[in-house]
Ligand binder design. Structure first.
Ligand code: DX5
Ligand code: ZN
Length: 221
């Protein structure tokens, strides 16, 4: 496993040329495709569902796909994404009526499972499910939109989660999502993150490789 994973959020990609754009960002050195599913109910925006995930697989995308569900209810849609080719599925603690059940459902469908925390969501939801987690995603913006600024308090939360993961002795990815850029990625890594979602910072620039190379350079300092 690579120490640090860079996961471009295709929320900021060119939807009219999605396959090509995802191919380009992977050729530029991205590790994982971050797939933001919004339902205009749990979050105030609407994006794409499992058919688009399947379309990317049919187009020939073989990289891991990390599905970030910002939907309520959660469970109904999990099998659809697993069948559509998702490798990792995460959902928000508040959006699931039965967190343990949702995690089990993801794993039964052969995907890695993770729990997402909004900036103001307390971490106690981790208490009894650490053994079922492959990843923990901390939102560093309020969910719903790309291009927002990183909320600095998230750094303290990252340190706290990193401590809990290390204490557990389990191999759990710590993913950060929102406002990640070349100039803050190192500080975020130092606080404990090892998987970095970046949408506007990558897709907002003409040269994806230049941005990803700069991010890796910051991470290897
Ligand atoms: C927000 C999404 C993020 C978002 C990140 O709800 O979960 O993945 O697209 O976008 P940037 O990197 O532009 O903050
Ligand atoms: Zn996301």
């Amino acid at each position: 496993m690579k120490d640090f994973l860079i996961a471009p959020s295709i929320l900021s990609a060119d939807f009219a040329r999605l396959g090509e754009d995802v191919e380009r960002v992977l050729a530029a050195g991205a590790d994982v495709v971050h797939f933001d599913v919004m339902d205009n109910h749990y979050v105030p925006n609407l994006t794409f569902g499992a058919p688009i995930c399947k379309a990317l697989r049919d187009y020939g995308i073989t990289a891991p796909i990390d599905v970030h569900l910002m939907v309520k209810p959660v469970d109904r849609i999990i099998p659809d994404f697993a069948k559509a080719g998702a490798n990792m599925i995460t959902f928000h603690a508040e959006a699931s009526e039965h967190i343990d059940r949702s995690l089990q459902l993801i794993k039964e469908h052969g995907c890695q499972a993770g729990l997402v925390f909004n900036p103001a969501t307390p971490l106690h939801h981790l208490d009894h499910v650490m053994d079922k987690l492959d990843m923990i995603l901390l939102m560093s913006v309020n969910p719903g939109f790309g291009g927002q600024s990183f909320i600095p308090e998230t750094l303290n939360k990252l340190r706290e989660v990193r401590r809990r993961i290390d204490e557990s002795g389990r191999d759990i990815r710590l993913e950060i999502d929102g406002g990640v850029k070349v100039d803050n990625i190192r500080e975020i890594a130092e606080a404990g993150a090892d998987m970095f979602v970046a949408g506007s910072a990558i897709f907002g620039q003409p040269d994806y490789k230049a941005v990803i190379d700069e991010m890796r350079a910051e991470l290897s300092k």
